[in-house]
Design a protein around this ligand. Structure first.
Ligand code: ZN
Length: 374
């Protein structure tokens, strides 16, 4: 049950410029105006907009869509780390979908990207919708209608039909350009899974809005991404899995295995370079089939380990990520979706692991509550 009036006090971080000392949640909505009614609860600390995971797959399992009970478990595991807004980066809609979560007060908010689009045998089985390259523009339009303003493509993956299998592009440029135009006409943005340099280069020249993983991006591509405003989700936890993914080839695909190992070896340095190049970075855990739900703080810790400053990570994880997705953070009248910490995670992201309180739609969900009940 939502406490009617919560007084949040301390350092209320609205964005990079604005900090105030008090905000209230009244019937689940934020206000900077002190209500006439006495607060039922006061929570002191560093208050930030609820965390954002822009690459997460709630509702997905190894065999495709999971039943509602499993989707619920995934959503709760994510929420209990403070993740209150998720961009679902691809999930089948049959035989189950996650639309029912939108009506649940306890569930994190979800922005869906439809089902990943790929070509038969060119991605992980059971996850994508398999189409032909000619079908891409229409399929993108269909996924744009099915989703919440995003479409997710698989841009590169191993091509086992090559004489020496390696990461290779899935789509020809002309179809990709047409598909992105169709999405934009429908006010949807398009993001793409790419590991290789070629994949990122194609995404940049074909007008994609966002790049997932982006491990192969070089200095020139980083400059291009910055100039075009293309965001990159480095998915550090997934980068750590590249050695394991390479090993799964068991020596059958030596070129591909070497390629993934090269990307693995440079995974931290390249992430740091993305940050230093001024590319807009977002936080995405890629919780899916090989990464369990509820590990968001491992992603922020790894971004810090790569050398990205805590302040930049926290911006991407909170008000910056929300701004990118077009969802309000701490604003007058916004849903009271905030996380509270005893100390400032902008000084050390490790603090994100220990929330004092998680407040979703005005309900205190978890954690100790500092400060007096007045
Ligand atoms: Zn993913």
């Amino acid at each position: 049950m939502a406490t009617e009036v919560i007084h949040l006090s301390g350092a209320i971080v609205v964005d990079g410029e604005t900090e105030v000392s008090d905000v209230w949640s009244v019937d689940g909505r934020l206000t900077f105006v002190k209500p006439a009614q006495a607060a039922d609860l006061r929570i002191d600390g560093v208050v930030l907009p609820g965390l954002v995971d822009v690459h997460c797959h709630i509702g997905l399992g190894e065999m495709g869509a999971v039943p509602p009970d499993e989707a619920r478990r995934q959503a709760i595991a994510d929420r209990d780390t403070g993740v209150l807004l998720v961009r679902d980066a691809g999930c089948p809609r049959q035989p189950y979908n996650t639309r029912w979560l939108d009506g649940e007060a306890w569930a994190p908010r979800m922005i869906r990207s439809g089902q990943h689009l790929a070509i038969a045998k060119r991605y992980i089985r059971h996850l994508p919708r398999d189409i032909t390259p000619d079908q891409l523009p229409d399929a993108v339009a269909q996924e744009a209608h099915a989703g919440d303003g995003w479409v997710k493509l698989v841009g590169d993956w191993i091509d086992r039909s090559m004489p020496e299998p390696d990461l290779a592009l899935l789509w020809p440029d002309d179809k990709l350009i047409e598909a992105v135009e169709r999405a934009h006409e429908l006010n949807a943005r398009v993001t793409t899974h790419v590991f290789s340099a070629e994949g990122a280069a194609q995404a940049l020249r074909c007008g994609l809005d966002c790049i997932e993983h982006g491990t192969g991006m070089d200095t020139a591509m980083m400059a291009e991404a910055r100039a075009k405003g293309v965001a990159v989700v480095p998915t550090m936890i997934q980068r750590d899995h590249f050695a394991e993914i390479a090993a799964s080839g068991q020596g059958k695909y030596p070129v591909w295995e070497r390629h993934l190992m090269d990307l693995f070896d440079q995974r931290y340095a390249q992430a740091k370079e993305l940050y230093e190049a001024g590319v807009r970075l977002l936080v995405g855990s890629d919780e899916s089939t090989n990464i369990p739900h509820g590990v968001y703080c491992a992603e922020t810790d790894l971004m810090a380990l790569a050398g990205i400053p805590s302040e930049a990570i926290v911006e991407a994880a909170t008000y910056g990520g929300r701004d990118y997705l077009g969802v309000p953070g701490i604003e007058e009248g916004a849903s009271a979706d905030v996380v509270v910490y005893a100390s400032d995670p902008r000084v050390s992201v490790a603090v994100l692991r220990s929330p004092q309180a998680i407040v979703l739609r005005g309900a205190v969900l978890a954690g100790a509550v500092a400060g007096a009940v007045v």
